[in-house]
Design a protein around this ligand. Sequence first.
Ligand code: ZN
Length: 467
Amino acid sequence: MNRTLTFIAGFVVIAFPYLLCAQSRMTVRGADDRIKADILVVVAHPDDEAAVTPYLVRAMYDLHKRVVIVYGTHGGSGGNSYGKERAGALADIREIEAREACARLGVKNVWFLDGKDTASQNVLNSLAHWGHGENLERLVQLIRLTRPEIVIASMPGFFIGENHGDHQTTGVLATEAFDLAGNPAAFPEQLAGASPQREVYLENLGAWQPSKLYFYPDANDDKQFAGTGPAYSVLEVSPSQKKPYWRLALDAAMTHLTQYPEDIDRILKLSDPEIEKMMQDPDQGWWTEPETLIFGKSVVGGKSTDDVFANVTAQNPLGAKLGGQESRWEPEQARFVLGGPWGFYEEFLRVHGLTNLPEAKVPEIGIKAGTQLYIPLVIRHEAGEAMRIKTQVEVPAGWKVASGQGEFALPAEVSTDLRVEIDTPAISADELKKAEPQFITVRAESGGKFLGEVKLQVMLRHTALPQ
Ligand SMILES: [Zn+2]
């Protein structure tokens, strides 16, 4: 053996155990931080965002908060005072106007629900026409995706003014979504880990409880809401932008040409001092000074008039009492349990009081012999902290663990979904006739401490639906 070969052989012998080790320690990806928001705003139509932009620019430019705007509809049933386009074509234009306004504000993350413009003062007309359930589901999903501490929407209430049913609808949906997004029993399919076979429906989001809910009104008389929440000056100059907050908000609103072209045209012909005089005039200005954000609710305590971010921490306040109902989540206790349909039914039966239904003694499944079995696992973290776990899988002779065994570094989240994948043996039809159920056990530990054990009874069959 020449020297080089000896060296390579030596390297392989020394490095091989190390490589094995490095391979089995896997990092599980956490939620996408680029999408995380501090404030999620829900408005009905393109241009409605302008009602709250003086506060939003303050929060973005001077408090470094990340803002997401969700529009309820595309505004296609509104008027067009600029071009000839109507209906679907107008909806397309108004979406672009909204996106340009958001771009001017510095809001990059913008989504649209599937609401349909409904011109009436009756919120129930709008809820019916929009499709209440589907839009609520979508809003809950966007809250779980963007994980905001603060939610702001139009006020759910009846006051003389524009009093638009669509505006009120965003207040209703935002309130319902605020109460549901942190509840793991609500839209649980959004929270389940992706399944490896055929289905790509499951989103692997986390339950998320926003901390506070605020509203803004579209009433004629804004002054009646003074004292119902924190108030912020619209006329104040932004320390970072050296411009008043109204000016930053106004520049963004100039994109909505289909809605108020004459106003925009008139403003564009004025000098800066003339615009300033107009905006400071209570009869002509676009915004009430100061702007009040009406307090809806808080799960982190505080007074209604406290600053929006008072008491708000980075900790997801899951388990807070909501609408008299306590969340079932127990984030203070690390646990290792079976996920997927088994974990779902455990939660579902308990939440809905169906505790008398029969259950398999050991969770069981029948799958086609020779296909891959996967075992969905859920690890609930202690206080949402990052953790390391080690899993060990026991399988019958002739079965092979393909993945999911070893050491895992889990991200700082309330709960992580993992799965073990096992190759099952291809058995002849004759042998299958006398096959007995087999048992699989997965154990997990963290820092030398036993976390839990999951058992599954598996029957190999000639044929079965995919898992
Ligand atoms: Zn509107």
